[in-house]
Design a binder for this molecule. Sequence first.
Ligand code: CUA
Length: 166
Amino acid sequence: MSATTEHIHIDPTEKRWMIASVILLLIFFAAVTVAGFMLGIQVPTRERRVDPNTVAEQPPWSEPGVREIVPGEEYEVYVLAHRFSFTPNEIEVPVGAKVTFYVTSTDVQHGFKLQDTNINFMAIPGQVSKLSTTFDEPGVYPYVCTEYCGLGHAVMAGAVTVTEAP
Ligand code: CUA
């Protein structure tokens, strides 16, 4: 055996791990592709910047809540997160509609996780987090704060009521 081939000799165990690593990478790539393009799981976008000190006084945040864009089909929901509640803490939309959430914080960093949907992001003072979802089943979908924000963190919650199609 020449010196060159000795240098590129790969131990069989190491080779197996190299193959396993490549297979794992391919699995991760497939998982991300399926999640992103087939299950609709998206990375929250920083929709726009706002001044956390004045955002609550300026439209659309001065009147947080549901906006009907196309009746029964498309809705926007503006939510303000603050210690230790969400405004509004009760939201009602019809089943099957596309609902886009715009969430921001007026004080510290909060979270916004909407049960049984793809919505789960941080609510950061100065930034607006935006994600869309469609509720396929009527019912009550709770949302909770998922970032520790102080003593009242555990009670910071609300709920979306999804009604039968109008
Ligand atoms: Cu707000 Cu935890």
